[in-house]
Design a protein around this ligand. Structure first.
Ligand code: AHM
Ligand code: MG
Length: 333
């Protein structure tokens, strides 16, 4: 007989896979994030049949066209968490300012910073999408101010992502390894499918938008050429894989090894991806699985953030490739 399936809640409570002393509250938080994921996944499954594809006509704080599904995913997050009693503030890629809960509403200690729908250029072509969440705990009195929500990645108590691919997965860490759950749509539960994920020390895949390569600084370009040169011992080369969805591309590398890069560009050294709700949570997950995340010159989790929507170059993946990328970028090779 097969062992009984392990749900997300059961796993967190039984293994105490939570920030210290907070298993009950944390499992409730993760269950609500899981609910957001189920609601988004349900809309995505029928997206071509109902009127949710295309853009809203708005431009967000990032200067990007807002997709209808971006807005829908963002609203889902807000609806689920407003009255949950679990959070005291929320910040989203889609909103210029954080959302503070009114003083008289029930609130908890968690602060969530999230990208509700990552990879939204994929919405209209039925390609993978994701959701990314960074979790902080606010220990001050009252409600946190905006500067109190802008913390270094090392201050995260947990991080997670949802991947809407051929199945829906929830991958999380609370600082004690990385666990992957797959949504079983038949029973509506996330079941443990990838326990204690460990990244290979090196891989054979690179993931980057090479259409930008002419804008990359020379160290980054040389590193990519190095990856494409045949291996002296085996004659093999790296394969390129790029979906345009950060979550999907990092997930592939988390499981199989290799490197994802969205580097700085000569006239845009800060790169594209956002530090607080894209780079930091994925960096925490990848480090917890034994990988590495760098800006090219420093550990992502040590970057001292100044603004909510700050961008950062991201080089993330297996230790060997990320260290090598740093060597090229810093001129040691
Ligand atoms: P988004 O959160 O607005 O979708 O933007 C982030 C996305 C990442 O998912 C992806 O890796 C990257 O932007 C793709 O950018 P590009 O189209 O420049 O390759
Ligand atoms: Mg994104």
């Amino acid at each position: 007989m097969r062992p009984s399936p392990v749900t997300l809640t059961r796993f967190i409570l039984e293994k105490q896979a939570a920030p210290p002393g907070a298993a009950g509250e944390f499992s409730a938080l993760m269950a609500q994030i899981g609910l957001v994921g189920k609601m988004i996944a349900q809309v995505l499954r029928r997206a071509g049949l109902v009127n949710v594809l295309g853009v809203t006509g708005e431009i967000n704080v990032q200067g990007e066209a807002v997709k209808k599904l971006d807005e829908l995913a963002n609203e889902t997050f807000l609806k689920v968490f407003h009255h949950s009693g679990l959070v005291c503030a929320l910040a989203s890629e889609e909103l210029e300012k954080p959302v503070h809960l009114p003083e008289n509403w029930p609130h908890g200690r968690y602060v969530l910073l999230f990208d509700p729908l990552d990879g939204s250029s994929n919405t209209d072509v039925n390609m993978p999408l994701g959701t990314i969440v960074s979790v902080l705990r606010y220990e001050g009195s009252g409600l946190p101010s905006e500067p109190e929500m802008i913390r270094k990645g090392t201050r995260q108590v947990a991080a997670c992502y949802l991947l809407y691919g051929s199945s829906t997965m929830l991958v999380f860490t609370a600082g004690q390894g990385v666990q992957g759950f797959t949504l079983d749509p038949g029973v509506g539960e996330y079941l443990l499918s990838h326990e204690n994920i460990r990244m290979p020390r090196a891989g054979k895949v690179y993931s980057a938008n090479e259409g930008n390569s002419r804008k990359w600084p020379s160290g980054t370009r040389q590193f990519m050429e190095y990856l494409k040169a045949p291996d002296k011992a085996t004659g093999g080369t790296y394969s390129a894989r790029y979906t345009g969805c950060l979550v999907a591309d990092v997930h592939r590398i988390l499981l199989g090894g290799g490197i994802y890069l969205y580097p700085g560009e000569t006239d845009k050294p800060e790169g594209k991806l956002r530090l607080l709700y894209e780079a930091n949570p994925l960096a925490m997950v990848v480090e917890q699985a034994g990988g590495q995340a760098s800006t090219g010159t420093m550990r992502v989790l040590e970057v001292e953030p100044k603004t909510l929507h700050q961008r950062v170059p991201l080089i993330i993946g297996s230790r060997e490739e990320v260290s090598l990328a740093e060597d090229f970028i810093q001129g040691r090779r």
